[in-house]
Write a protein that binds this ligand. Structure first.
Ligand SMILES: Cc1ncc(COP(=O)(O)O)c(C=O)c1O
Length: 366
């Protein structure tokens, strides 16, 4: 939908990421951009070593710690390179030479994590959803865990496949989770994890920042060959300022964390996620025109994936949805169909509008 004025037409962005931001956060960015915190310059022009910027980093970490109740024996790192860089950095930082890691093969993103990890270390796939074409998650009692593994990696939410791991087991090896698409959408039993990582551009800001939460005992001296900027230990030692951190993305995440805090924190984000996704799954379930192949118990409340039972109408659906201000509903390129990504900033009204559109579309084409 073309939009010529500086005001945005009412439009909901269902993209898998970068995602929509709350209007009030966008407005705050616009308002304080020319003169950030009375420094006389914009946040974009702040040296990362300035007192004001260091203070922003301290506040951002403190707000994240409060929202998630992060225990004192974990460090928070602000890194670059996205979750995709973490796929390779995990084995490089966490494994001893020749040591292997366990991986749950739950979908598209787990596969990416596995193939990157394999470039650096042996990988043991503990269970795979391939046989179910990634429409269900392998149950915990099927996981073939190796007690000697350096860590066990899971993808808490499969963004492309529409699956979410509902529970996190207590393991004897460090549990490592890619939470890129469901970070801060539900409370977490933090003490069960060795490491959590998440790119910011879905639930907590814009692209450029990847948050890593790591238990202190996993911070080890970097192996030879690992660039220092990508060493967890080095970044922890230098408060994520070994080199220039992604300053603007950090600033936006700071605003997003405060927005979440003002709006009831993580429990409220979780309740809203349930409310939004139930509305949409109910619409799909109550119709013979739409179909969700994912096992109900494993369905993601964040990325709702479904298909049209007449797949020939998918393009028409997408075009008409876009015309109605419902943007970026196309499913993952490798998977097809429709995907509605419902991250923290998505209001319930956006999903209500989508459901109304789906009902009308079915009436016209069903
Ligand atoms: C679960 C998951 N992991 C990793 C990534 C990759 O993140 P990035 O593009 O920030 O590297 C994505 C992106 O969509 C994702 O959804």
């Amino acid at each position: 939908m073309a939009c010529t004025s500086s005001e945005r037409a009412e439009r909901y962005n269902f993209a898998s990421g970068p995602a929509m931001l709350p209007k009030e956060v966008l407005e705050q960015i616009r308002e304080e951009l020319p003169n950030w915190r009375n420094t006389g310059s914009s946040v974009l022009e702040q040296p990362f070593t300035s007192t004001a910027f260091k203070q922003l980093m301290v506040e951002t970490e403190a707000d994240l710690r409060t929202l998630l109740t992060i225990p004192d024996n974990y460090r928070v790192l602000f890194m670059q390179g996205g979750a995709s860089a973490q796929f390779g950095l995990l084995p490089l930082n966490l494994l001893r030479s020749g040591q292997s890691a366990d991986y749950l093969e739950s979908g598209h993103w787990a596969r990416k994590a596995i193939s990157e990890a394999r470039r650096h270390s042996p990988v043991n796939v503990i269970a795979s959803g391939t046989e179910q074409a990634f429409t269900a998650l392998p149950p915990l009692d099927h996981w073939q865990l190796d007690p000697a593994a350096g860590y066990c990696h899971v993808t808490s939410n499969e963004t492309g496949n529409g699956l979410q791991l509902q529970e996190f087991p207590e393991l004897s090896v460090p549990l490592v989770a890619d939470m890129t698409s469901d970070f801060l959408t539900r409370p977490l039993p933090l003490e069960r994890f060795g490491l959590i990582y998440a790119s910011a551009q879905k639930n907590l800001g814009v692209a450029g920042l990847c948050i890593v939460i790591i238990r202190n005992d996993l911070l080890r001296a970097p192996p030879p060959g690992l660039p220092t900027a990508f060493s967890y230990a080095a970044q922890a030692e230098q408060q994520s300022r070994f080199n220039t951190p992604p300053t603007f993305a950090l600033y936006v995440t700071g605003l997003m964390l405060r927005w979440m805090g003002r709006n009831g924190g993580v429990p409220a984000m979780a309740a809203a996620a349930q409310q939004r996704s139930r509305l949409l799954y109910r619409c799909v379930e109550n119709s013979d025109f739409y179909l969700c192949p994912q096992r109900p118990a494993d369905r993601s409340p964040i990325n709702v994936c479904f298909q049209l039972t007449k797949p020939g109408l998918t393009e028409t659906f997408l075009t008409e949805a876009e015309r109605n201000g419902l943007a970026n509903l196309r499913g993952h390129a490798a998977i097809g169909g429709i995907r509605a990504s419902l991250y923290n900033p998505m209001p319930l009204s956006g999903v209500a509008r989508l459901v109304e559109f789906m009902t009308d579309f079915e009436r016209k084409h069903g």
